[in-house]
Design a protein around this ligand. Structure first.
Ligand code: PLP
Length: 442
């Protein structure tokens, strides 16, 4: 019997022993292509010697110091590097240990900002349906994944949710893509006015929706309109790039492709690339100075804020990413997308293949014309995960939402070091898994 809390099933998973490049190996020596980096974590693949050396060297000099007393060289250097490459205006960095912590910090910072500037009535948050922002209670409350929220609903703060920018299912026939995006964004204005313009503190969204929908980017103009609306009503814009940031979509920050700057941005996953648990929240000078020149103290904190060894790993990762690796992501993503379109474009189960960079989703349907979702009792996504794993592919399938407005999907987020022959391996193994599940379901 294992004393490790099992995940998602009572079946014990194999024990992983070795990570090398794009593969993981279990105790029996079986190889798995890490096609999703767990959940979009392993952007550099496994066994990157530069990151390992940076961690070892930091452990040798100073593994840990509490930021209440001492900062550290890697924390300072990583903050400088992130700010150098961040969307304009994001000038300050708060390090945490993961994505949910980054979102919690963002929500509390937004709230404290309004208290400090004399608008304490602003406490309402608007987010989007079918989103995911983490599993701690604040992050879960802003998230719009009904399945994850359902049993904890009585514990969650009240948050309004508007529609996601989900072209495949929400665009009307005859509507232009641009008009669709504006219609979706305008829901934010309607909701701000409904709640009371001076009551709303922040709108939070993932630039490319990951876990809940499977790599759904917004359409052109959507986030520009969102930015305009936030500015008009003095609402802070928080972009959650925990999954889609750190080069995953082809630029270090996904916001760069929207041509806007958020007031607050959260990152994690790819920041530590799996070598260390680390996340961060970046914020504008306006927010930082309101607090610095006001109470002087952001009333937040965790024991491992700015952990030096985690920051050393993050620094080595971001140096690699900004040293040329991210520049390869868009073209590699196109290669993999083309290969998926060749392999699955005519598959009757595949309704949509979408994404940005090496952040790619495929949505499965019962009928391509009507886009009817698969019967949830078939548990297509769970079967697909198991079949892919048997075939030696780690990928990230998820089910549709319980409101039936979204089908099962699989998310692919392979390491940026992947080469074309690796993509062939992904497509072959995924093809075998899809064929097995569709045969099993008859
Ligand atoms: N935000 C987004 C967009 C995520 O995708 C996730 C995790 O999948 C989180 C926040 C939570 O991150 P973590 O699991 O590191 O707490």
């Amino acid at each position: 019997m294992s004393h490790v809390f099992p995940r998602n099933s009572n079946k014990l998973p194999p024990v992983g022993k070795v990570g090398a490049g794009v593969h993981l190996f279990d105790a029996d020596g079986k190889a798995y292509f890490d096609g999703s980096g767990g959940a979009a974590v392993s952007c550099l693949g496994h066994g990157d010697q530069d990151v390992i050396d940076a961690i070892k060297s930091q452990l040798d000099s100073m593994a840990f110091a509490h930021t209440g007393f001492l900062s550290s060289d890697p924390a300072e250097a990583l903050a400088d590097l992130l700010v150098l490459h961040a969307p304009e205006g994001l000038e300050h960095v708060y390090f945490v240990s993961g994505g949910s912590e980054a979102v919690e910090a963002a929500l509390k910072l937004a709230r404290q900002y309004f208290v400090e500037i004399g608008q304490p009535q602003r406490s309402k948050i608007i987010a989007r349906r079918q989103s995911y922002h983490g599993n701690t209670l604040g992050a879960l409350a802003v998230g719009g994944n009904e399945w994850r929220r359902a049993q904890f609903a009585p514990l969650l703060i009240d948050v309004s949710h508007i529609s996601p920018c989900y072209e495949y299912r929400e665009k009307h026939d005859g509507e232009t893509t641009f008009d669709f995006g504006q219609r979706m964004a305008n829901e934010l204005e309607d909701e701000i006015l409904r709640l009371g313009a001076d009551q709303v503190m922040a709108f939070i969204a993932e630039p490319v929706v990951g876990a809940t929908m499977g790599a759904v980017p917004s359409v052109e103009g959507y986030f520009k309109r969102i930015r305009e609306i936030c500015d008009k009503y003095g609402v802070l814009l928080i972009l959650d790039e925990v999954m889609c940031g750190m080069g995953r979509t082809g630029t270090l920050f996904a916001a760069d492709q929207e041509d806007i700057s958020p007031d607050i941005c959260t990152i994690a996953k790819g920041l530590g690339a799996g070598y260390q648990p680390i996340g961060a929240m970046l914020c504008s000078g306006k927010i930082y100075h309101a607090i610095k020149d006001g109470s002087g103290f952001f009333q937040h904190g965790h024991t491992y804020v700015g952990h030096p060894t985690a920051c050393a790993a993050g620094l080595a990762v971001v140096q690699k990413l900004t040293g040329g690796l991210v520049d390869q992501v868009a073209s590699k993503g196109q290669q993999l997308t083309d290969m998926l379109n060749d392999a699955f474009g005519q598959n009757p189960l595949v309704g949509d293949i979408r994404g940005r960079g090496l952040f790619i989703g495929m949505e499965f349907v019962a009928d391509r014309d009507t886009k009817a979702v698969l019967d949830p009792s078939h548990k297509f996504n769970a079967r697909l995960k198991a079949a892919a794993f048997d075939a030696g592919l780690i990928c990230y399938p998820m089910g549709g939402t319980i409101d039936g407005k979204h089908g099962d999907h699989v998310l692919l987020a392979p390491p940026f070091i992947s080469e074309p022959h690796h993509f062939e391996e992904v497509v072959d193994k995924l093809g075998a898994a899809v064929a097995k599940v569709s045969a099993d379901l008859g």
